[in-house]
Design a protein around this ligand. Structure first.
Ligand code: F6R
Length: 248
């Protein structure tokens, strides 16, 4: 595993964007596995800026996102499809037919998971998978205890993930996230789908994640810390800012 120490969030975002850019420049028809959340926002901003300057071309790129809430329409304010569209896809020249995100409204969950795995296989597998790291060590929505051998599947979100993400679903008068508005389940690529990516790029920022960074990358490899499985992958790059690395 390579570890790049960034000064702060902006520096982490630029370094990770550089790695993704190199991937796209060297292989214009790259298949990128992408993530949502706060961590990659700066990466997407930086890639958009370089695209606008004419330095990057996404017309041959295929994007396959990690996960989506079950029960949310594609255009729902909190859907990951909408997040990706607003923060990245609508600002670059990626082709709409090359965008893939699980369908939160699919009627048959099992069929949707199989369809999604077929999409990944049909694209020839993922060249570079971008990952954020959950406070509890989750990657995608693979929560602690998730079997390492799973492919795309439907998961029940844990209380800690509901607490971490409920802020995106509105806030009550006392500032708490509206957990009751949040879907209880999601579709996620499984650990196995993630581990099959040829290269993995993990981005982490902030002191809140310092302990889980240590456990995930230097602790025991266990389903209790899903990201710890990444220690077994032969091409992982971790770009983290100084505060996220402060316990190493
Ligand atoms: C997002 C995803 C999640 C996040 C993780 C970290 O598609 O799959 O695993 O990467 O929850 O979220 P942030 O970046 O918001 O701290």
């Amino acid at each position: 595993m390579r570890i790049y120490r960034a000064k702060d969030y902006e520096d982490m975002s630029r370094k990770a964007a550089n790695i993704l850019s190199a991937q796209v420049i060297l292989k214009p028809n790259s298949v990128l596995g992408l993530a949502t959340g706060e961590s990659p926002l700066g990466v997407y901003r930086q890639l958009v800026e370089w695209y606008r300057k004419g330095d990057l071309d996404f017309s041959g790129v295929t994007a396959i996102n990690l996960d989506e809430y079950q029960g949310l329409a594609p255009d729902a304010a909190q859907s990951y499809r909408r997040f990706m569209w607003e923060n990245f896809f609508s600002r670059i020249n990626i082709r709409p037919e090359n965008l893939h995100i699980p369908d939160g409204l699919a009627e048959d969950a099992q069929a949707e998971c199989e369809r999604y795995e077929a999409v990944i296989r049909g694209a020839g597998g993922i060249d570079m998978q971008l990952l954020g790291l959950g406070h509890n060590g989750h990657i995608g929505f693979n929560e602690p205890g998730a079997a390492f051998e799973k492919e795309t599947h439907r998961v029940a979100l844990t209380q800690s993930t509901i607490e971490a993400n409920s802020r995106f679903f509105g806030r009550s008068a006392d500032g708490q996230g509206l957990a009751e508005q949040m879907p209880s389940h999601a579709y996620t690529m499984g650990i196995r789908s993630i581990m099959q990516a040829r290269r993995i790029l993990v981005i982490v920022s902030g002191a809140r994640k310092a302990e889980i960074v240590k456990r995930a990358f230097f602790g025991a490899i266990t389903p209790e810390v899903p990201a710890s499985v990444l220690q077994l992958h032969n091409d992982v790059t971790l770009v983290a800012d100084a505060t996220a690395l402060e316990q190493l």
